[in-house]
Write a protein that binds this ligand. Sequence first.
Ligand SMILES: C[S@@+](CC[C@H](N)C(=O)[O-])C[C@H]1O[C@@H](n2cnc3c(N)ncnc32)[C@H](O)[C@@H]1O
Length: 266
Amino acid sequence: MSFEDNLQAGSLTIVGTGIQLVGHLTLGAQAHIVQADKLLFAVADPLTAKWLRSLNATAEAIPYNTDRTRRKETYREMVERILTEVRQGLNVCAVFYGHPGVFADPAHGALKQARREGFKAQMLPGISAEDCLFADVGLDPGVNGCQSFEATDFLIRRRKFDPTCALILWQIAMIGNLGFYKEGSHLHGLTVLAEVLQEYYSFDHEVIVYEAAVYYPVCEPVIKRIPLSKLPEANVTPVSTLYVPPLGPAPLDREMMARLGMENRG
Ligand SMILES: C[S@@+](CC[C@H](N)C(=O)[O-])C[C@H]1O[C@@H](n2cnc3c(N)ncnc32)[C@H](O)[C@@H]1O
């Protein structure tokens, strides 16, 4: 008997739409969206929702309750909603925006729960906001390296990082916020973030508040270059990501180079 024979009827495939409307969807993700017995989605814009409905008549938005004081509770409800369909023996496709495994608790939660209950479950990769940032800002993580943190996590765990390496901070509008975004609620967190970053970078170090274009080519990406000291006043939205460019190349370790036989190669 193979492993597959032990699986329950019903399966879960989690896919991402990418960030840009239609243009970022992989062929693999599209095939799962079209063929699913039940399509559930949690996407950020109404046009993508409409388009998903045109691809699969069973498409339904996963309820997303923003009245809760803890996002985690809403995420638990989303996992349950997805699993309810899988438990009925359906081949379910759940769609999230961007890469479905990047900053997407309910996607990982549903995947784990489905496997725990004996269902076949997989996640397909998608294009994340960070992938768009690499392309739009011209950042190659291979040059100085790249560190990526959730902004609140970065602050409350005092993450050790290297300022000579690129730094990407996600969810800068949600610093210290365990619930959902409210207009203006980001100001205090952003002020604290700017203060902490100034322990490592000068106040005039250029940082970029970035928003990838969702409706490209109708809209361009937002790339706001500002001195670090102006970060608290920046026009930030729930989809803003902060890019802090590196201070410069890290010094070379000559001993290590010699050990690797690199010293005499110019
Ligand atoms: C819950 S996460 C979702 C990330 C998404 N799964 C992905 O793959 O990019 C939300 C955060 O992603 C980033 N983000 C989402 N959309 C973005 C966009 N259009 N441009 C830049 N960053 C974005 C922001 O940091 C935002 O706070």
